[in-house]
Design a protein around this ligand. Structure first.
Ligand code: ADP
Length: 402
């Protein structure tokens, strides 16, 4: 931030189909951003509930609204913005950042949402029909309520635009590539955050070959070379790659043709199967939540966890080949940060690469969890997509005032 940029709050929104997450950061010239509050509104149209916590985790609000008062993202944005205006009035918001799932081939960096930009973002809805409309609705609601505030769209695909051309191709007739049927990669804000903290947390890795495992409800891997993404396991959509909470990960497309042509499945049923009924949930028949699977003694739950680990190990092997070797492995997101048992099993499967865990450090949560002197160092590093977005907002504002 330049000295001309005044201090103030940066508001970050992450809009989903039935929930809206937000965070507020205090931004002061030449200082690190400080998280002030985090909150979430969910259960739109059913029992809309707003919960807000300060940075120490103290609950500041827990309110349930009438079902008809918050039925969609736009109304949720307005309620959250109103709450923040009333409760953080001493520090005015000076900029708003939005997580936008898809930036297509066009957006390789965050952009200020100026006339024309929103239409270009909206034009990408067909590439992410289950996510992008909610991101667009959030931006639109904020622009309507506070047209004076600069808004910045931060894309989950943008960080992957450094991939070599080959990594983003499918072996389809070339015209499909030109029509946008290519690999985009996702979880980019998480990987960008991890790459940004490596010089401080794991300086020996910052210039090296690193595989980052973002293991949450959605899960993917990213191959980093000197902090830049060169490949990732998600492709055209968020369905590709690893087994996830409710998504299967890579599938033989012949299987999908079979379901459509010979099992009478409609496109809508297929979509539900692929996004909401598969993965850990599908395999276990119980839940897509790793904590509950690990607590269950059922053989199906064990199978689901075994498969989850097996797929990660397999894909790490593929990315290790793409990188031509690996210096470090980083675990992040809900499972990656909090499940030492899963980390241990993945690393055991990567022993051939030279990764070896220090059990106590792994149980303690890291950040470095590998044995000293191991050929491949292993890390558990919390991600912070909201902070990454806030940093982008600050940079965009700075470019304007600098
Ligand atoms: P999302 O992709 O929705 O942001 P998260 O990153 O929160 O999801 O990851 C959700 C997964 O992480 C779930 O499988 C959950 O069981 C697991 N998880 C989240 N927090 C913890 C925790 N504190 N301890 C153990 N597992 C956790």
């Amino acid at each position: 931030m330049t000295s001309r940029q005044r201090p103030g709050a940066l508001l970050v929104f992450n809009a989903g189909s039935s929930s809206l997450k937000f965070a507020v950061f205090h931004a002061e010239p030449d200082k690190d951003l400080q998280a002030r509050v985090r909150g979430q509104m969910d259960q739109f149209g059913v029992a809309p509930r707003l919960r807000v916590r300060d940075c120490a985790g103290t609950l500041l609000a827990d309110t349930i609204f009438p079902a008809t008062e918050v039925t969609h993202t736009g109304e949720a944005v307005r309620h959250c913005a109103d709450w923040l205006a009333a409760h953080l009035a001493e520090e005015p918001v000076i900029g708003v950042g939005h997580r936008v799932v898809h930036g297509g081939a066009e957006f390789s960096v965050p952009v200020r949402v100026e006339p024309g930009a929103l239409e270009r973002i909206e034009a990408l809805v067909p590439l992410a029909p289950l996510h992008q409309p909610f991101n667009v609705a959030g931006i639109r609601a904020m622009a309507a309520g506070r047209p004076d505030l600069p808004q910045v769209a931060c894309f989950d695909t943008a960080f992957h635009r450094t991939h070599p051309d080959l990594a983003d191709r499918y072996a389809l007739p070339r015209r499909f590539h030109e029509l946008g049927m290519r690999r985009y990669g996702f979880h980019g804000l998480s990987y960008e955050y991890i790459a940004s903290v490596l010089p401080r947390v794991a300086p020996e890795l910052a210039a090296g070959k690193v595989i980052v495992a973002h293991l949450g409800n959605g899960a993917s891997l990213c191959a980093l070379e000197a902090g830049r993404s060169v490949d990732s396991t998600m492709g055209f959509s968020t369905l590709d790659g690893l087994c996830m909470g409710t998504r299967a990960g890579s599938l033989d497309p012949g299987l999908l043709l079979h379901l459509l042509n010979h099992r009478g499945m409609s496109a809508a049923e297929l979509e539900r199967l692929l996004y909401h009924e598969s993965g850990l949930l599908g395999l276990s028949g119980q839940t897509g939540d790793m904590r509950r699977l690990l607590a269950s003694g059922e053989p199906e739950a064990r199978l689901a966890v075994d498969y989850f680990v097996w797929r990660i190990v397999k894909e790490i092997g593929a990315l290790a080949a793409v990188l031509g070797g690996v210096d470090g492995l980083v675990f992040t997101a809900g499972i990656g940060e909090n499940q030492p048992g899963i980390r241990a099993r993945v690393v055991a499967g990567c022993g051939w690469l030279g990764a070896e865990l220090e059990d106590q450090a792994n149980a303690a949560g890291g950040p470095c969890i590998s044995k000293p002197g191991a050929r491949v160092s292993v890390w558990a590093i919390p991600t912070n997509e909201e902070e990454m977005i806030a940093r982008h907002v600050r940079r965009v504002l700075e470019a304007r005032t600098g």
